[in-house]
Design a protein around this ligand. Structure first.
Ligand code: AMP
Length: 275
């Protein structure tokens, strides 16, 4: 991979990079399409990274379909599909980690200890291997996008990080490889996430500025479905992801909810329209 990137860079090509864990859907493809437009070459990686999963999480059952992923990559104009093995990424004697403080202490960082260290370490390694000019991330994983942007800034990585909007199913459910875990009767539980985001936006439009009132309303909507179990629902500062006592101009509403076996996340940036 490094030789391919050297060759591309030596001929003056800009490299766009989309790191994924595979089982590709329209969310991934939207990142790939934008990367395709912005760059001469598109590299996609598929690597289910063990170090970002906790011991009781779904690493062993994470869905895969490499053949289908490869044909989607081909159709979307991907030049290189990079699928390293776990032993190659983590040889036995490796002892180095990349860790971002602060931003990783709230939301998913609080409920998944070590998760973001796994993410920042593997993304750093992938960046060093692929040497992209630009790398694309989905705002569905808003905290991840913020953490990676901070890492790139703090470590002087010469890579432009692009965050792109969440792609949803027609009924509003944010696309996710983990939606494959949902049974038919869990679908209505899963839809409470996007429905509750709409309801929060409506509250802000109506002039409500109290983060706790919004969290309560959102939690109520999610709990109205018996298949759901809330991990967290939080309205936080959209920049540092820290606590917020009142919404002044914008805030992040982020949530993680178990629906059956699936842990789903979703979020919305709540903006106060001052026009
Ligand atoms: P994953 O394979 O879940 O690790 O995701 C790989 C990349 O795709 C990450 O940058 C995600 O934020 C992004 N992504 C996943 N789902 C969506 C979605 N529904 N819309 C936009 N981007 C997404």
């Amino acid at each position: 991979m490094q030789k391919h990137s050297d060759r591309l860079r030596n001929q003056g090509d800009r490299i766009g990079f989309v790191p994924t864990m595979g089982f590709l859907h329209e969310g991934h493809l939207s990142l790939m399409r934008q990367a395709r437009v912005d760059n001469h070459a598109l590299v996609v990686s598929i690597f289910v990274n063990p170090t970002q999963f906790g011991p009781d999480e779904d690493y062993d059952s994470y869905p895969t379909d490499l053949e289908k992923d490869a044909s989607l990559c081909r159709e979307t104009g991907c030049d290189i599909l990079f699928t390293p093995g776990t032993d190659e990424m983590y040889p036995e004697n490796n002892v180095t980690k990349v860790s971002v403080a602060g931003l990783t202490e709230t939301l998913c960082g609080a409920s998944r200890p070590g998760h973001f260290d796994g993410v920042t370490t593997v993304v750093s390694k992938l960046f060093n291997i692929v040497s992209p000019h630009m790398a694309y991330f989905g705002l569905k994983d808003y905290q991840q996008y913020r953490v990676i942007s901070k890492m790139v800034q703090d470590l002087n990585m010469n890579i432009q990080i692009v965050g792109l909007p969440t792609i949803r199913e027609e009924d509003g459910l944010a696309m996710s490889s983990r939606n494959a875990y949902l049974y038919d009767d869990e679908r209505s539980g899963a839809l409470t996430l996007s429905r509750s985001l709409d309801s929060a936006r409506e509250m802000v439009r109506e002039g409500i500025r109290d983060p706790r009132a919004i969290e309560d309303k959102v939690a109520g909507i999610i709990k109205s479905e018996p298949t759901t179990r809330i991990d967290y629902v939080s309205v936080v500062n959209a920049d540092d992801l820290g606590p917020l006592s009142t919404i002044e101009d914008r805030a992040l509403l982020a949530m993680a909810v178990f629906v059956g076996d699936a842990r789903l996340i979703d979020n919305a940036v709540l903006e106060i329209n001052t026009d």
